[in-house]
Design a protein around this ligand. Sequence first.
Ligand SMILES: *Cc1c(COP(=O)(O)O)cnc(C)c1O
Length: 435
Amino acid sequence: MSDKNTHEKANKNLGTICVQGGWKPKNGEPRVLPIYQSTTFKYDSSEQMANLFDLKETGYFYTRLQNPTNDAVAAKIAALEGGVAAILTSSGQSATFYSIMNICKKGDHVVSSSSIYGGSFNLLAHTLDDMGIDVTFVSPHASEDELEKAFNERTKCVFGETLANPSLDVLDIELFADVAHRHGVPLIVDNTFPTPINCRPIEWGADIVIHSTTKYMDGHATSIGGVVVDSGNFDWDAHKDKFPGLTTPDETYHGTVFTESFGNKAYIFKMTTTLMRDLGSIPSPHNAFLLNLGLETLHLRVPRHCENARKVALFLENHPGVSWVRYPDLEQDENHALAQKYLSHGSSGVLSFGVKGGREKATVFMDSLKVACVVTHVADARTSVLHPASTTHRQMNDTELEAAGVKPDMVRFSVGIEDAEDIIEDLDQALRKTL
Ligand SMILES: *Cc1c(COP(=O)(O)O)cnc(C)c1O
C-alpha cells in the first residue's frame, strides 16, 4: 500500500512548498501573501451573490466561510501533507472537533488511540459523550485483534496521534488504517508533533490529517490555530449508509449531494459550508498570515529541533542527576522500532526525563534553569520546559500522579533551535544543583 520511496521523493520538494506554496501572485500582484482583512466581498449583482449562496458558483462572500488569505495558507498545508484540500480552524481543538463532527452525529461511535493530547482526550471522552457520540479507547500499540474488538456497527471513524503529546508514543498508522478501512471508515491522524517534514500520514494510509498549527507550524508561539487536511482517498459513496451527510441531499443547500457536486473534495466542502457556517471557528486572516510566515521556515526549523533534541537526549542519558529519558530516536526507547518506520528523519524536539530525587529535586532543577523557560507550551523556537507535578497536576499527590500516568519526577522538555551547547550547559548547571 505505502511505498517508503514516496516519502523520500516527496521530501525533496517540501522546502519549496514551505516557502512558495499556496500563494501564486499574478503579474503585478504582491510577492508576499496579502492579509485580506475584510469580513465581506463585493459583487455587481444580487444574482451573482445568490449563486454563491446556492453553491452554484465558487467565490468569496463572507470570511466566516472563506477568506483568500486563509485559503492560501490552507492550500500550502494541503500540499505539504499531500492532500487534495484543507481548511484552517481557529485552534487545534476545533480542528479535532470538526474532523469528527463532519462525519459523526448523535448515536455514532469513534475508536481512538488512548495516547492523545489531554485536550483531545477531554473532548472525546466527555464533550462528545455529552453530545451522544461514544468513544472506545485502545492502546496506540494495540494488536490487530484488540483493534478489531473496539469496532461496532455505529463506528464512523478512527482517531490517533502520529507522535503523542506528551507520552511520545508512536502510532502504528498502517495497521490502524488497514483495520479502519476493513470496517469502511476513515482514519483521522493528528500529525502536530512530527509535522509533514518528518511524517506524511497520508502516505501510510491515513485519510484525514489534522494539526494544532499553534505548535511547530507557527513555531514562534504567536497564534493559536488548527488545520484539517483531506487526502481525497476515502470513498464515501462506497459506504453511503454510514455517511449520509456527504452522500445524501443536504436540505440547507437545496438538496446538494456533496460527493456528487464536489467529488474527492466533498469532505472539506461540507466542513466549510455546514460546520464553519454553523459553528464559526475561523481564524483571523492576520493569524493565518503569521502562520504562513512560520511555515516558510518549517523545513529548516524541524531538522534543527530534532538535531538539538538528539544531542540533549544523549547528554541526559549519561547525567548522574537523571533517572530516565524518553525520546523515540533513542535505540532503547520502547517506541524506537515504530519511530524508525514512521519517523525516519527524526521524531520532534520534544522529550521527557526524570530528575533523580522526585518532585522536590525536579522543582530545584526547574527553578535553576536560565536558557529554558517554564511555560505551558511546546514546539516553540525557544526551549520550553514544564514540570507537570508542580504545575498542571500540582493538586495530585504522588499516588494520584502515578495513576494519571504522570511520574512525580517527570519533566517535559521541548528543545528549541538555540545553540545545542547553550541548552546543554543550562541543563547541566541546573541538574548539578540537585546532586
Ligand atoms: C496542542 C495540541 C492540540 C490542541 O491544539 P490548540 O491549538 O492548543 O487548540 C491538539 N493536538 C495536539 C497533539 C497538540 O499538541
